[in-house]
Design a protein around this ligand. Structure first.
Ligand code: HAM
Length: 409
């Protein structure tokens, strides 16, 4: 016998009974974002590799280790998108959206790909819904985005949420700070875990994330970027915080919040859910005032976020069984063709309708009717047409011509 195929490592199938919760997440996001003036954008699943190298940043783990990159038949290097922001910025420029009234507000939903070590809540293909507001540096944008994300997660019923916020300042201020941090790490090199020592040059900020106890001890005394913001950045952050206070949103300021993407400037934030174990971040984002310019466009301050749909689905579990709806047509052998015609007619009238397609006997069809989630069974046999309420078991003769009306369609 030949070997059976399996979904590739770190990927999974979403089966029909797992769809409702995911649909709910996307529908809620769409409603909330469109009510705030965000329009949907779909960009390609793959982009030129250089877009992510330049956009996400050459020193990030995403670019160094996690991209699914391939060469097409024409010798071009393409990459399955590991995140959505770089592609949205590319589209913003390609379609001249920088000439529209600003900010331009866009949202998206779809699959993303990162070659990470799979574990609970961490996959190689995963789904995000994201929002990007491009063309304004107002703290109102940051606050509005955070409130939208908060309201979305709350409305969905995600429990045990914590909002963490920080500010990174400008790239310039960050570069100066990173030099200072490297100096501090080198002074204390003897106390640091090996993987931290090895990354002093490439990514000193990661030291704040180290699980190693001695390293954590050293990092307590390390200089913090948040304490060294330029006055304008500090003021911006204070305004964002003031707006969140005003909106009644609780948050924790995390002076060392590090995100895995290089493009952030000023505000950064993450929502964590304490029911999820190690992969607790259900959504995150921030401001990226220099990215559009880095991709060859005009100076365009912008901010956004993305949620992990799979993680939120895990946190929510299975939603309550939906109410029974529609009909299941049960027919004896002579009435099978009429059953199909009736199903078609009922569907065209806007009702949910199913019929037996496996040649089951009457009893088997009744069982199937019950399992199908239908509200009524329509029974077609030598006695005519009967309507059975599948909750109460009540059954009565009906006029086939009046069925649609009876069913309230
Ligand atoms: P990110 O924090 O890398 O940000 O990803 C956003 C969310 O996607 C995470 O909070 C997490 O829930 C989910 N996620 C990320 N990687 C995985 C994975 N391997 N498996 C399952 N879920 C995952 C971004 O991608 C930015 N583009 C967000 C943004 C938009 N910033 C500004 N605008």
């Amino acid at each position: 016998m030949s070997e059976r195929f399996k979904a590739p490592r770190g990927t999974f199938d979403v089966l029909p009974d797992e769809q409702p919760v995911r649909q709910l997440i996307e529908d809620s996001a769409r409603e909330l974002l469109e009510a705030a003036g965000y329009g949907r954008i779909d960009s390609p699943i793959f982009e030129e590799t250089a877009l992510f190298e330049r956009g996400v940043g050459g020193s990030t783990e995403i670019v160094q280790k996690q991209m699914f990159t391939f060469e097409d038949q024409g010798g071009r290097s393409l990459t399955l998108r590991p995140e959505g922001t770089a592609g949205v910025c590319r589209a913003y420029l390609e379609h001249g959206m920088h000439k529209l009234p600003q900010p331009v507000k866009l949202w998206y939903s779809g699959p993303f790909f990162r070659h990470e070590r799979p574990q609970a809540g961490r996959f190689r293909q995963f789904s995000q819904v994201g929002a990007e507001a491009m063309g304004s540096d107002s703290p109102l944008v940051d606050a509005e985005l955070i409130v939208l994300l908060h309201d979305l997660l709350t409305e969905l019923g995600v429990e045990g949420l914590e909002l963490r916020i920080g500010s990174l300042g400008t790239a310039e201020a960050r570069a100066a700070y990173l030099e200072q941090l490297r100096g501090y790490l080198r002074e204390n090199e003897g106390e640091l875990a090996r993987e931290v020592r090895e990354r002093i040059d490439a990514n000193p900020l990661r030291a704040f994330d180290s699980a190693d106890e001695r390293t954590a001890g050293v990092m307590e005394g390390a200089p913090k970027l948040l304490d060294q913001l330029d006055p304008a950045d500090a003021e911006h952050f204070e305004q964002v915080r003031g707006l969140l206070d005003r909106a009644g949103i609780a948050y924790r300021v995390e002076p060392t919040l590090v995100r895995g993407l290089d493009y952030y400037t000023r505000t950064v934030f993450e929502f964590h859910c304490d029911r999820l174990g190690a992969q607790s971040q259900v959504g995150g984002g921030g401001r990226y005032d220099e990215l559009v310019e880095q991709l060859g466009g005009p100076a365009t301050p912008a901010a956004g976020w993305a949620i992990g749909v799979d993680r939120i689905a895990l946190a929510l579990g299975r939603p309550a069984e939906p109410e029974r709806a529609g009909v299941f047509i049960v027919a004896d052998d002579r009435e099978r063709e009429r059953a199909l015609s009736l199903a078609i007619e009922l569907r065209r009238a806007g009702l949910r309708a199913e019929l037996d397609l496996a040649g089951r006997a009457f009893k088997g069809q009744m069982k199937q009717a019950d399992r199908s989630g239908a509200r009524h069974a329509v029974i077609l046999d030598s006695e005519g047409t009967r309507l059975r309420d599948l909750d109460s078991g009540e059954q009565r003769q009906v006029d086939p011509g009046a069925l649609i009306e009876e069913l309230g369609a």
